[in-house]
Design a protein around this ligand. Structure first.
Ligand code: FAD
Length: 448
C-alpha cells in the first residue's frame, strides 16, 4: 500500500526541448561582429536538435555507460578495441554530420571556422567529452599537410560528414578521425623529455617510414584511425603519422594498456598505450617535431577555450532555469537582489568568454592575414589560460544557484555535476596554466 505523504511543488521544470542557438543572444552577437556574412540557419537547426530530450538522453547514457577496453579476444589475440555505448556513437555521428571535425578546412562560404566554432560551443552544451576526438581531428587536418601524400589519402575522410566507428583500414571507411600522442610518464609539458624511439625503416609512397617503440601515458580517443605522435629519431624529436591499420591491410602494433579512470570526461576514452615497432611516417622536418605538432596544439587550445565557454553557457542556462522557477522567502530566487547579483556576474562572464572565444576563431578564417596570424598566436594562450582557469569557479557558483539539486547526479539537474567534473580538463590538457603563460611570453618575444 502506498501512502501519499506530500505534494511535490516549488521544483523547477527541467531545461529540455529548447533551441540552444536561438536562446543564446551573446553567441548571436559575437557572430554578427566576427562573421557578419554568415547564414545562421544551419546553427539554428543544429541548436534545436541539440536541445531535444532525445539528444540529452544520449548524452546521459554515454556518460553513465562508460567506454570499456577489450584488449584481447576470447582466444587470447590482442584486439586493442574500446567498446562504447550506442549513445556515444549517436553523439559522434551528430557532431560529424554538423561538420565539427575536419570539414571547415575544405568548406566553401564565409567564415567556415567561426561557423564551426559556434557549432562546437553549442554541442559542448549537450555533451563535451565526445568532442575530444572531434576536436583532435579538426586540429590534425592542417598539421598533416606537410606530408602531401598522406594528406591526399586522408584529407577527404577527415573532412567527411560521415562518422564510421568501425576499426578497419582507412580506404574502407566513410569517415576518419585522428588523435595525438605526446605525453609520456616523465613529462607532458616538457615533451622534449620523450623517450619513445623512432628508427628509419625505408621509404614508400607516404614518404620516410619509421618503426616506433615506446609508450604514451595519455592518449585520448584510442579508437581514432590514426595519431600524430612525437618520438626521438636520429635527427631529434620528430612528428609521425601513426595509423591503426597499415596500407598493406595489417594491424599496426599499438597496444592499449588500460583506460584512465578520470574525474570527468566520462564518455570519452583516454588510455595508456605502448608501441612495439609500430609503423609511422614522418610529418614535417625531422627534428622539428615540437613546432610541427604544435600546429595541432594551437587549434586544440582554441577548442579548449570554445568548449569551456560552451560549458559556462550551459551552467548559466541551468542556473537561470532553476532560479526563475524556484521560490524562497516569498520570491522567485531570480528576484532576490543578492541572487540577481550572482546571476548577473555569471551572465557577464559567460558572455565575455563567448566573445573572446569566437573572436579567436575568426583569426582562423584569415590564414593569410598578418594581423590575424599575430592575433591567433597571442590570443590562443590568453583565451585558453583565462577562460579555462575560470571554468571550475564558474561551475561551482552556478551549481550553488541550484542548491542541493545542483550537487546530485540524478536526472536533468545532474547535468550540473557533469559540467563541474568536466571543467578542469580543458585547463590541464594541451598545456596547463603556467605553460600557457610561458607560451604567451614566447609569442611576445617571437613577434617582437
Ligand atoms: C583527460 C585527459 C586527456 C588527455 N589526452 C591526451 C592526449 O590525447 N594526448 C596527449 O599527448 N596528452 C594527453 N593528455 C595529457 C595532458 O596534455 C598533460 O597531462 C598536460 O600537458 C600536462 O602534462 P603532465 O601531466 O605531464 O604535467 P607536468 O608537465 O608535470 O606539469 C605539471 C604542472 O607543472 C606546471 N609546469 C610545467 N612546467 C613548468 C614550468 N617550466 N614552469 C612552471 N610551471 C610548470 C604545469 O603547468 C602543470 O601545472 C591528457 C590529459 C588528460 C587529463
Amino acid at each position: 500500500m502506498s501512502v501519499t505523504t506530500h505534494e511535490v511543488f516549488n521544483q523547477p521544470r527541467p531545461l529540455v526541448d529548447y533551441n540552444l542557438f536561438e536562446n543564446n543572444r551573446p553567441l548571436q552577437a559575437a557572430l554578427r561582429l566576427n562573421a557578419p556574412q554568415l547564414d545562421t540557419a544551419e546553427l539554428s537547426a543544429f541548436g534545436a536538435l541539440l536541445g531535444t530530450r532525445e539528444m540529452q538522453t544520449h548524452a546521459r547514457l554515454a556518460n553513465v555507460h562508460t567506454p570499456q577496453l577489450r584488449s584481447h579476444d576470447r582466444y587470447g589475440h590482442r584486439i586493442d578495441e574500446v567498446e562504447f555505448h550506442p549513445s556515444y556513437h549517436a553523439l559522434m555521428a551528430a557532431a560529424a554530420k554538423a561538420g565539427l571535425h575536419g570539414t571547415p578546412w575544405t568548406r566553401q562560404g564565409p567564415s567556415p571556422h567561426v561557423l564551426r566554432a559556434a557549432g562546437f560551443m553549442l554541442f559542448t552544451e549537450l555533451e563535451p567529452s565526445i568532442l575530444c576526438p572531434i576536436s583532435m581531428t579538426y586540429a590534425a587536418t592542417p598539421a598533416l599537410r606537410p606530408n602531401a601524400a598522406i594528406y591526399a589519402d586522408w584529407g577527404p575522410g577527415l573532412a567527411s560528414r560521415h562518422y564510421d566507428p568501425a576499426l578497419k583500414p582507412w580506404r574502407d571507411k566513410a569517415g576518419l578521425t585522428m588523435g595525438m600522442g605526446m605525453t609520456e610518464k616523465q613529462g607532458g609539458s616538457d615533451v622534449r623529455a620523450n623517450t619513445t624511439q623512432a628508427l628509419r625503416d625505408g621509404v614508400d609512397p607516404w614518404g620516410a617510414r619509421f618503426r616506433i617503440t615506446g609508450h604514451k601515458w595519455f592518449l585520448s580517443a584510442p579508437m581514432c584511425d590514426a595519431f600524430l605522435v612525437l618520438a626521438q629519431s636520429a635527427g631529434g624529436l620528430s612528428c609521425f603519422f601513426l595509423p591503426r591499420w597499415l596500407p598493406d591491410g595489417s594491424f599496426n602494433t599499438m597496444h592499449i594498456q588500460r583506460l584512465k579512470d578520470k574525474l570527468g570526461n566520462k564518455a570519452n576514452a583516454s588510455c595508456e598505450v605502448e608501441f612495439e615497432d609500430a609503423a609511422a611516417w614522418l610529418v614535417g622536418e625531422e627534428g622539428r617535431g615540437v613546432p610541427q605538432i604544435l600546429e595541432m596544439g594551437t587549434v586544440t587550445r582554441m577548442d579548449c577555450a570554445l568548449g569551456t565557454a560552451g560549458l559556462m553557457r550551459h551552467a548559466l542556462a541551468l542556473a537561470l532555469n532553476h532560479t526563475s522557477q524556484r521560490e524562497a522567502f516569498g520570491k522567485r530566487l531570480i528576484d532576490q537582489p543578492l541572487m540577481r547579483n550572482v546571476l548577473a556576474d555569471l551572465a557577464l562572464e559567460s558572455e565575455a568568454a563567448t566573445a573572446l572565444a569566437i573572436r579567436l576563431a575568426r583569426a582562423f578564417d584569415r590564414p593569410g592575414d598578418e594581423h590575424e596570424i599575430a592575433i591567433a598566436r597571442l590570443l590562443t594562450p590568453v583565451a585558453k589560460f583565462w577562460i579555462c582557469k575560470r571554468g571550475s569557479h564558474f561551475a561551482q557558483e552556478a551549481m550553488e544557484c541550484l542548491g542541493g539539486n545542483g550537487y546530485v547526479e540524478e536526472g536533468g539537474e545532474g547535468i550540473m555535476a557533469r559540467i563541474y567534473r568536466e571543467m578542469p580538463v580543458n585547463s590541464i590538457w594541451e598545456g596547463a596554466g603556467n605553460i600557457m603563460a610561458l607560451d604567451l611570453l614566447r609569442a611576445v618575444t617571437d613577434l617582437h
